[in-house]
Design a protein around this ligand. Structure first.
Ligand code: PLP
Length: 285
């Protein structure tokens, strides 16, 4: 694989980042994941806008223009022959040459930027999407700025491990009795034909897939309600699903061991997945 590090394309085993990098020492960095279908980028613009928003929120300098970023994405897709998969992008506050809690001067310390591709054949025609996934609920103990896409992913990682141990696929996090989101995705329930998902705030990541899916749903005259829901309401829902750049729309068929509806992917989730794949591919670049 060829990867991109600080302006250069290099073989992955030759890529180097300093041990003083604040991403490594302090999780002082942000990231984006963009999916690739048919060799094209899905929702690239949305990811570029959110990247800038994350950087701004942390007073970090963006080392690359959106135009150049698109070019790097395309070049990596081309050289690594990615038909279906993902592009991971990470920008950290750089390596000031020592460890210090105080942010380094942006005049003297350049951010570190890294991109690499992941081939994932079967991303669109996914067996998991045909079967649906199982989730468990866990407490949401993350910090208060979950709207910033930082590389602090230890708790989401632990959540996935708790799910795995419980024989499930993922975990939905609960705060003050309400579902915030999945470990790496936004959470939804369906009652009748109404799609319910938590409204945007600092409590959840503003999913790029979420924004597209809700727009497509509204365009298709489907009813959308952005409000909090409890895990008990979710267990009694007709359907549930998650969205993210790497899963698109993924049906949830079980919550804490309770089967939803008939225990198979619901109609609304399946339809939304189809619409999302079709519409976002049309706009893919
Ligand atoms: N919520 C969290 C906590 C995430 O980590 C992610 C994606 O990584 C999402 C939601 C979904 O966001 P997107 O649709 O932009 O991938």
């Amino acid at each position: 694989r060829t990867v991109y590090v600080n302006g250069e394309y290099v073989p992955e085993n030759e890529a180097r980042v300093s041990i003083f990098d604040r991403g490594f020492l302090m999780a002082d960095g942000v990231y984006e994941v963009t999916s690739v279908l048919d060799g094209k980028l899905i929702d690239f613009d949305g990811h570029a806008v959110r990247l800038q928003r994350s950087l701004d929120a942390l007073d970090m300098v963006n080392p690359i223009s959106t135009e150049d970023l698109l070019e790097v994405h395309r070049e990596l897709v081309r050289v690594n022959e990615v038909e279906e998969g993902m592009i991971y992008l990470q920008i950290t506050r750089g390596a000031p040459g020592d460890r210090d809690f105080v942010f380094p001067d942006p005049e003297t310390t350049e951010p570190t930027i890294v991109l690499f591709t992941q081939n994932k054949p079967g991303l669109a025609d996914s067996p998991a999407a045909r079967k649906g996934i199982k989730v468990i609920s866990i407490e949401d103990i993350r910090w208060g700025r979950r709207d910033i896409k930082t590389v602090q992913l230890l708790y989401p990682s632990m959540g996935k491990m708790m799910a795995k141990k419980a024989g499930a696929d993922d975990a939905w996090m609960i705060e003050d009795g309400y579902v915030t989101e999945g470990t790496s995705n936004n959470a939804y329930i369906v009652k009748g034909s109404k799609i319910i998902t938590r409204a945007l705030s600092n409590d959840i990541l503003h999913g790029i897939t979420r924004a597209s899916v809700l727009r497509f749903a509204r365009e298709a005259q489907m009813e959308v309600e952005e409000r909090n829901f409890t895990i008990d309401e979710a267990k009694e829902a007709d359907e549930a699903f998650i969205t993210s750049a790497s899963t698109f729309v993924m049906p949830v068929v079980e919550i804490d061991g309770v089967a939803l509806g008939d225990g198979v992917p619901g109609r609304v989730a399946q339809r939304l997945r189809e619409i999302y794949l079709e519409e976002s591919l049309k706009k893919a670049i």
